[in-house]
Ligand binder design. Sequence first.
Ligand SMILES: *Cc1c(COP(=O)(O)O)cnc(C)c1O
Length: 425
Amino acid sequence: MVVDRREEILPKYWYNIIPDLPKPLPPPRDPPDAEFSRIDLLRKIMPKEVLRQQFTVERFVKIPEEVRNGYLNIGRPTPLLRAKRLEEKLGTPAKIYFKFEGATPTGSHKINTAMPQAYFAKNEGVEHVVTETGAGQWGTAVALSASMFSMKSTVFMVKVSYEQKPQRRTIMQLYGGEVYASPTKLTEFGRKILDENPSHPGSLGIAMSEAIEYALNNDYRYLVGSVLDVAILHQSVIGQESLAQFEEYGEDPDILIGCVGGGSNFGGFAFPFLGSKIGKKFIAVGSYEIPKFSQGNYIYDFPDSAGLLPLVKMVTLGKDYVPPPIYAGGLRYHGAAPSLSLLLKERIVEWREYSEPEIFEAAKIFAEAQGIVPAPESAHAIKAVIDEALKAKKEGEKKVIAFNLSGHGLLDLPNYELMMKRLSK
Ligand SMILES: *Cc1c(COP(=O)(O)O)cnc(C)c1O
């Protein structure tokens, strides 16, 4: 009889790093002179269970059966694969493994938290969820998650992206999502912006303000992407599966690597390995163009550029920092999640920052070796993997390197085309 190992590998619990941090996590708080309480606002717009999980100190949080079925439905567990051709190409004695989150239908890890958040909204009788999206990965995950539980979704998409990334918009609409180019006339906030400048290109902060206002006015629920630690909790399904899959390979990784926008795919992948961290190295990779690791401060700041969420202590370039327009849209974020920030400060997690030409070259090496076109975000992790593999070669060490391939880059081909043109000049 053939046994379906998928159900065994898929975890029954999410792993929460909070109780295992070396120091207590500084709690979220309201700004001292606040005209309204951000924490009360969260209570009104987030599904209750999501908010409870945001503040829980339980080490393991049960994954509801419906959500486990949802994970199976989107093809979880995702594969943990060995990049043997890449090893050969680099001539390294290191073994390289990658967890392939590009294998989900939406092409990235984001659905791992969008789907449970949608479920918890549905479970409290809500029929409609709202969010904002920049490049579109998060909105895509929300649109599919809503339709998986027969709910409606509204996505406020930053106007420039809405115009420049029509493919993402189309996917959201195919999933049944209503997509609007933000600023819109649907909200007071949007109307105010449009009155001042009818051709405003939009921003993530504006789109988020609109999404929150829209959710509040209609008693819908708002789903939050990567800024809060609850997203890392849900993303721990990546690392938990990887632990079981490494056991099947009879391997134990020495080095764990992931790219960081807000920190959800890195944390989700790497944190479950922290329990057995003796001798392990953790590398969080950011963008050189958005230098939060090298130049950010560890302070209380708004996790969102709209300033609507409670202050959290994080490594940040400041909520008003305007990131330059790099191709890796998912890394254009001013800070890192509070739990990851603390681990960076305690030097349990190391960091790297790479520039666009460097990550493009890494993406090309990987695509040629393994056939997978990585998302530009994920290519940051690949660059660190290549550096570590070459270091192992120089030192003659048989390291096991593992990284999270957070998404595929098949919707980023226009970006790759531009990059190829730019670099061939
Ligand atoms: C959104 C995104 C990221 C960055 O977000 P995190 O919260 O840091 O994981 C990385 N890779 C891909 C493919 C993304 O879509």
